[in-house]
Design a protein around this ligand. Structure first.
Ligand SMILES: CC(C)(COP(=O)(O)OP(=O)(O)OC[C@H]1O[C@@H](n2cnc3c(N)ncnc32)[C@H](O)[C@@H]1OP(=O)(O)O)[C@@H](O)C(=O)NCCC(=O)NCCS
Length: 197
């Protein structure tokens, strides 16, 4: 029989529709049918305005490689974020370059439609993925690098609890300009469960 404390908080009546369920988002594994969404997000110059993603047109080979990483690598966990109310995929969130001995991972997120920027989805996906990293994968450090010109992303990461560590000078080349990259991280003890939506 399961110890009582392991069963705490479980809602036996809840549907098991998605891997992680938040307020307005579900996070689940990448499926082959998601790849055309991914292509449209990576090829959208508004979405990738501050990123190095988008330097090349997305090819089938790039999508296959991404699918293979998502499905086979134990050093990355890639989620598709779905709008809970519609079930529509709206972006990606994940932990990459997981280094198990050091228990650290790199966080990346992308909301694929500029029409729904600034509505809290990015922050929610960040909180859910970071909680997953700490509570299920037992990470100690989750880190990221972001174009300093991407003020929206920096703000979303700060809202989710990431702190600025420093700057890598002229580290990102996006749209003809070398920009500084802000390095940010969050440590396990800085992420209490009460912050999860
Ligand atoms: C960056 C991204 C994940 C943020 O997600 P989002 O759902 O748009 O953002 P949120 O609504 O969760 O939070 C954005 C915050 O930034 C604020 N913001 C927006 N533009 C801003 C600006 N120019 N300067 C300062 N703050 C800004 C918003 O007001 C909001 O803060 P608030 O809630 O305190 O008002 C999303 O916009 C995205 O995927 N963009 C394209 C890809 C990308 O840049 N990914 C990150 C690569 S590191």
């Amino acid at each position: 029989m399961e110890p009582e404390h392991c069963a705490e908080g479980r809602d036996e009546g809840a549907p098991s529709a998605s891997f992680l369920m938040g307020n307005r988002l579900n996070l689940r594994g990448l499926r082959r049918e998601d790849l055309e969404y991914v292509r449209s997000w990576w090829d959208n110059t508004e979405v990738t305005a501050h990123m190095e993603t988008g330097a090349y047109p997305t090819t089938d080979a790039m999508l296959e490689e991404f699918y293979s990483t998502a499905n086979q690598s134990r050093n990355s966990v890639i989620f598709v974020a779905e709008d809970r109310s519609t079930g529509k995929p709206i972006g990606l969130s994940g932990l990459y370059e997981i280094f198990w001995p050091g228990r650290r991972a790199e966080f990346r997120v992308l909301i694929g439609d500029p029409e729904i920027f600034d509505k809290g989805y990015g922050t929610e996906a960040t909180l859910m993925t970071v909680e997953y990293g700490f509570m299920r994968l037992n990470m100690e450090v989750i880190h990221l690098g972001v174009n300093a010109a991407n003020a929206r992303a920096v703000r979303a990461y700060e809202k989710a609890g990431f702190v600025r560590e420093g700057v890598r000078r002229k580290f990102v080349f996006a749209r003809g300009v070398y920009c500084d990259a802000v390095m940010m991280s969050i440590l396990r003890h800085e992420f209490p469960l009460t912050k999860v939506p």
